[in-house]
Design a protein around this ligand. Structure first.
Ligand code: SF4
Ligand code: SF4
Length: 416
């Protein structure tokens, strides 16, 4: 690694050293309380897969360049210089961590390993050593947003083609069944690519008599996965601008944990509310705006709390109320809620492929699923759905994976 790159990485690291981050880097007591928290370590017990082991790679660089002892006498302390070997260690630390923050729950100082790994990811981008697939997906997402004017008509036409599917679930849907670019709606629904993320949600909102409109933009934020703050902001900014332009009161985010957390917690104060779609379903059920037939769903069903929605987003009881509305056969997995094991697919790992690592590092999740005896695992996150589908197949769990929205849409009681 040349001198100029090392210097630029030093500057880049310094930009990340705000007060809380310094605390995370200075405070670790190496008490080890986080060790057993990580699903990767619990499934593949190697020190490098502990939260403290991962953070230590970043701390060693911090000591070398930003602590007096490391600068003056690097040979005395546990330090790492910027070089190719260090970048490999950073890559392994950052991209074996799903950013689930289960370790943070158990750390007496609340050290946020996901935040510490954001330094690792930024340094990898600075050294041009990040996973290229994630950067490419982030670039495509930004470009897609910029080219929206050219694709608007074909998008609107594709939505018209989905009307029969929405009306099959809710025949009393108005026309258009998927309102698009409507101003002054109550709800702007932000979906993902693919009709599966639009059709059930449209049927539910139509059944509730909601005044809603569909977003032109996809919720997924590959900028966040790769750790590129500029691209992440570009992707979330266009949704904010759209919500402001259309004058909506609420942005409801499709079942996607990362998109929800970015919009809920990382965009600052906005004149609209941000909700996970499951919160909206829960409100409709509680207010009697939709009714579901629970006699249709008799398979024993468990619920996987997506890390970014439950532990990190605080949406915990709503999905349980929704599931209890659609079935009498709900069983919790253990542990659950804030303590739930990560599915093992977060942090960009699903998009990166990494099937062998994802399966090995999530054995503890497969064991947890199997122990429920359930035939169905429901969840409220696309990423979790993909990972759980791979897991159930790989470990032959004999379960099917369902989105909450799909379970609700199929159970809607239609007017006679
Ligand atoms: S954030 Fe999750 S994956 Fe990362 S170290 Fe902590 S427990 Fe492990
Ligand atoms: S629990 Fe917190 S203080 Fe203890 S080793 Fe883990 S990160 Fe460090």
């Amino acid at each position: 690694m040349d001198y100029a790159t090392k210097e630029s990485l030093k500057v880049l690291f310094e930009t990340k050293l705000h007060g809380v981050m310094r605390m995370y880097l200075d405070t670790c007591a190496r008490c080890g309380l986080c060790v057993e928290s990580c699903h990767v370590y619990a499934s593949m017990p190697e020190a490098k897969y502990t939260a403290v082991g991962r953070a230590e790679v970043v701390r060693k660089i911090f000591r070398r360049y930003f602590k007096r002892e490391g600068r003056i006498a690097p040979w005395l302390g546990e330090v790492l210089e910027f070089n190719d070997g260090t970048m490999e260690k950073l890559y392994e630390a950052a991209f074996s961590c799903t950013g689930c923050r289960r370790c943070m729950v158990h750390c007496p100082f609340g050290i946020d390993t996901q935040a510490v790994m954001s330094i690792a990811k930024a340094l990898l981008i600075g050294a041009d050593k990040e996973p290229k697939i994630l950067s490419m997906l982030a670039d495509m997402s930004v470009a897609k947003g910029e080219g929206m004017d050219e694709t608007r008509d074909s998008y609107a036409e594709a939505l018209v083609n989905l009307e029969p599917e929405v009306k099959a679930l809710w025949p009393a849907s108005p026309t258009p069944a998927i309102p698009y670019e409507k101003t002054c709606a109550n709800v702007l629904y932000v979906a993902l690519a693919g009709s599966h993320s639009i059709v059930p949600a449209a049927a539910i909102m139509n059944a509730a008599g909601e005044n809603w409109t569909l977003s032109s933009f996809e919720a997924v934020n590959f900028g966040t996965f790769v750790g590129d703050a500029i691209k992440a902001k570009a992707i979330s900014d266009r949704i904010i601008a759209e919500a402001l332009r259309l004058g909506v009161k609420e942005v409801a985010v499709v079942e996607c944990g990362t998109a929800f957390r970015v919009l809920k917690q990382q965009i600052g104060e906005q004149p609209f509310r941000v909700s996970a779609f499951v919160e909206l379903i829960d409100r409709y059920l509680t207010a009697g705006r939709i009714t579901v037939d629970k006699s249709l769903h008799k398979d024993l069903t468990t619920y996987h709390d997506p890390c970014q929605i439950a532990r990190n987003g605080g949406v915990i009881e709503q999905p349980r109320r929704v599931l209890r509305a659609v079935t009498d056969y709900f069983t919790e997995m253990t542990p659950n809620r804030e303590e739930n094991w990560c599915c093992g697919g977060g942090g960009g790992l699903v998009a990166m492929g990494e099937l062998e690592f994802r399966m090995k590092s999530s054995k503890v999740k497969a064991d947890q699923l199997r122990a429920t005896g359930a035939r169905v695992v429901a969840t409220a996150c696309e990423n979790c759905h993909s990972q759980l589908s791979d897991l159930t197949e790989h470990y032959q769990l004999g379960m099917r994976v369902e989105f909450l929205s799909n379970l609700v849409a199929k159970a809607l009681v239609k007017p006679s």
